[in-house]
Ligand binder design. Structure first.
Ligand SMILES: *[C@@H]1O[C@H](CO)[C@@H](O)[C@H](O)[C@H]1NC(C)=O
Length: 459
């Protein structure tokens, strides 16, 4: 056989393969528009739970375990949710099966990219913001960017947890910037990146403003906070949620509750009806996540279920939340979201805001990180080792978006189950599912290679 014949037959095989084989049903991807999320052309509200079976101290990945995933996805469906938040994953593990089970159940993932070994240490933020840390963060992005039901990445969780450690904020914001840079540099889907804050009264407004101020490349895609101030039988007006909704009414990016569910009294989850009410919260908030799915030792009273091996038993909280969700469907219209709010002003230094840098400055992306932008993060470290001591006690600072990569990511697909989606922003390949881009590319490559080595292949 002649080279040309080989090439031709490979070409024919590729052509015969034709349209990629039917892919499994996927969900429409979630993207940001104004101060809201959209999926499949419709406003998307987070209706979910925080999921960390084993508890926060376990440092375990609940979605690498197919058995517990299967056990719990059935319960998530029963509860009627569309999102889970996971706090820790092993970025070297395989998540295909659990992510598909979640997708099949209509459930998205909001994922923390940090874990106790690879994270910003609030006691030494400069030292812990380093190349080794970002490599782990980027490896997590590599592992999850391919799933259509990856909703969002959290750049940090409660790093600032009181009135005295706001000096950590620039390191959180730098990490947040670097994550967006990485997604852009790698040409991944534009998965929203933002921070999950502790609700600290003294710096609530400052921190939200800080994550949404400064140049384009340095502002978050969304902001979330953990709010336990609504304790049943409170109503919207009894709590400060009504004042918060007013205070954040001109906030320009999506806002949601990454944790809620005060356990002081019997939980009836009254907050749910306010959260999805167009006259109360939907113009400003995009829903929230109830803390938490499983009852845990050392954190008693928050769980919806008791889980042990294969068995899961509902606590009264499970039924209460299920009822609350069923009585408060997501609004059908756009919920009063806004597209014309302006980014925030950076907060001024004060007794409650201890950031010395100028508004337009941040820690610079650590030396050597650009190689990940160019080549990918490489081997995922998993839940071993640790990066917190790998840096120096001081970092270089400079223009906030210096070195940031601000373009290159693609819009998502509408999913096979979804309707019309936001238009791709441009570029011929934007919006195409990876399968459809790869098949022809691979074929092209095979043909090219076979022509180059063709000489030795002549039979
Ligand atoms: C609302 O904003 C005002 C002024 O900025 C602030 O003093 C107040 O504490 C805020 N209220 C809440 C509940 O965040």
């Amino acid at each position: 056989m002649k080279t040309s014949a080989i090439a031709a037959s490979i070409f024919a095989a590729c052509a015969a393969a034709g349209p990629a084989p039917a892919k499994r049903a996927s969900l429409p991807t979630v993207s940001v528009k104004g101060n809201a999320f959209f999926a499949g052309g419709k406003r998307f509200y987070i209706r979910g739970v925080d999921y960390q079976p084993g508890g926060s101290g376990a440092n375990e990945d609940p979605i690498a375990n197919t058995e517990t995933c299967k056990r719990d996805v059935a319960k998530f469906k029963e509860l009627g949710i569309n999102t889970i938040r996971v706090y820790t994953v092993d970025n070297s593990a395989n998540h295909d099966e659990c992510m598909q089970m979640l997708s099949d159940a209509g459930i998205y993932l909001a994922l923390d990219v940090n874990n106790p070994l690879y994270s910003i240490n609030r006691d030494s933020p400069a030292k812990s913001y380093n190349k080794m840390y970002l490599q782990s963060v980027f490896a997590t992005i590599d592992a999850f960017q391919k799933y259509d039901n990856t909703l969002a990445f959290f750049s940090g969780n409660e790093v600032i947890n009181n009135d005295k450690n706001t000096e950590c904020a620039p390191y959180v914001k730098a990490t947040d910037r670097d994550m967006r840079s990485y997604i852009n540099a790698r040409g991944y889907r534009k998965i929203p990146v933002g921070y999950s804050a502790a609700d600290v009264a003294e710096n609530r407004n400052e921190l939200a403003a800080y994550m949404n101020c400064g140049p384009d490349g340095a502002r978050s895609d969304f902001f979330a906070f953990n709010d336990y101030s609504w304790c049943d039988p409170d109503t919207f007006e009894d709590t400060d949620w009504s004042q918060k909704a007013k205070n954040f009414s001109s906030y320009s990016i999506p806002l949601f509750l990454s944790e809620y569910g005060c356990k002081e009294n019997k939980r009836t989850f009254n907050a749910v009806s306010a959260l999805y009410d167009t006259s109360k919260m939907t113009p400003v908030y995009s829903g929230g996540l109830v803390y938490e799915y499983t009852e845990e030792d050392g954190n008693e009273g928050f769980g919806l279920v008791n889980a042990n091996g294969n068995s899961v038993t509902d606590k009264p909280d499970f039924t209460a939340l299920k009822d609350a969700f069923s009585k408060a469907p997501a609004p059908t219209g756009d919920g009063g979201y806004k597209t014309d709010n302006k980014p925030s002003e950076c907060p001024k230094k004060s007794t409650h805001w201890d950031v010395d840098l100028n508004d337009d400055e941040l820690p610079l992306t650590p030396d050597g990180v650009k190689e990940y932008f160019d080549n990918g993060a490489g081997k995922a470290p998993g839940l071993k080792g640790g990066s917190q001591e790998a840096g120096a006690n001081t970092v270089k600072t400079g223009p906030a978006a210096s070195g940031a990569v601000t373009t290159g990511s693609t819009e998502g697909s509408s999913g096979t189950a979804g309707g019309a989606n936001a238009k791709p922003s441009g570029g011929a390949a934007a919006g195409l599912a990876p399968e459809f881009m790869f098949a022809p590319l691979m074929c092209g490559l095979v043909v090219l290679v076979s022509s180059v080595f063709g000489g030795s292949l002549i039979l």
